[in-house]
Design a binder for this molecule. Sequence first.
Ligand SMILES: Nc1ncnc2c1ncn2[C@@H]1O[C@H](COP(=O)(O)OP(=O)(O)OP(=O)(O)O)[C@@H](O)[C@H]1O
Ligand SMILES: [Mg+2]
Length: 361
Amino acid sequence: MNGIHVGGVLPVVAEPDEFVGLFGVAEMAGVSRTAVANWRNRDRRFPAPIADPRSSPVFQAARIRRYLKQRKKHMVHVISTINLKGGVGKTTTTVALAEFLSAEFSKRVLVIDLDPQTNLTTVLIGEERWKSLNDEGQTLATLFKDALRPEDEAAHFDLRKTLQRRVSPVSEVWQVDLLPSSLDLIDVQDRLASMPSGRFFSNNPTDLLRKAVKSILDDYDYVLVDCPPNLGIVTLNGLRISDGYIIPTIPDVLSTYGIPQIQQRVKAFAHSLGEEIAEVGIVVTKYRKAPTVHMNTIRRLENDPELPAVLSSYIPEANQIAASAEFVGTGTLRQKYGYQGQYDTFRSMTKEFIELVEEIA
Ligand SMILES: Nc1ncnc2c1ncn2[C@@H]1O[C@H](COP(=O)(O)OP(=O)(O)OP(=O)(O)O)[C@@H](O)[C@H]1O
Ligand SMILES: [Mg+2]
């Protein structure tokens, strides 16, 4: 039994710290026991237990230490923001997550704007800079247009020129890069959808983004993909590179109605790829205390075991959050989002997001 006593008491031959149980691993890693259980289930590198007395596995501490070091080294997390309902705060949530991940948690972030409305792009770089990029064809629309050209024509998409570095008008946010969107994506989306399937025999239409960005993903800790309110081919390109997704929603009946449908469709797509795209959680947006419908909806979401977890920081409806969509320079995130608790809510939402995402890795 290698020095392990089944009853859990270590005999004198073993140093007290040589073996650890799940609780010990969680303590060493500074995460919850659920997170450790998830790593065990999903990460093939997780060390095998040296003993498994009545489902309380025991591990060699040295191997766990090595594993944690390896985990820490680097891992990019790609997360999409999805809801089939428009105007529920998808873009606002994506921007805030990117900015807080960078400024408050020192993460390197890439945001990918897949929505033809280009809201995320203009929030982060302003209308003028977007227009000149669009005129030069330096947006993601060019990537998709390339796929619609005859195969012997040269590709026009230039990743280096399209990637906008150090975006965001907030000066303390300095590690957010952007792949901008274009209104032309609407047209591209329609044409991709109506292409005869044989045309893409060697060029899978849901795999275009992955092929284009795979060389840079590892430069980041987090990649956030803002999706349009549909599950068309462009959105599937975002899901194709995603480890998981979040669903921002206003906590009312109509906004939350489509959540099971999103879960089902994403699951089916992931299944078709033979991969898993994890349900990271639901983010409550535009929350108002007064109407009971908001609290009732949140309770319903939280108590439904079929739905993803609801993040416990609800983003309040606030004028300053609406105003944050304007491209105006500020020094800090407190100034941008306001001093009435919004800053703290976004910060704690981001912290919770990181914990949930690291659990699925
Ligand atoms: N917490 C909030 N308080 C007040 N206004 C908000 C809040 N969140 C978002 N808004 C505003 O609501 C509108 C819709 O938000 P946003 O663009 O983030 O939603 P979306 O889900 O990305 O929309 P679309 O489906 O059009 O992409 C915007 O004008 C935004 O500024
Ligand atoms: Mg949006």
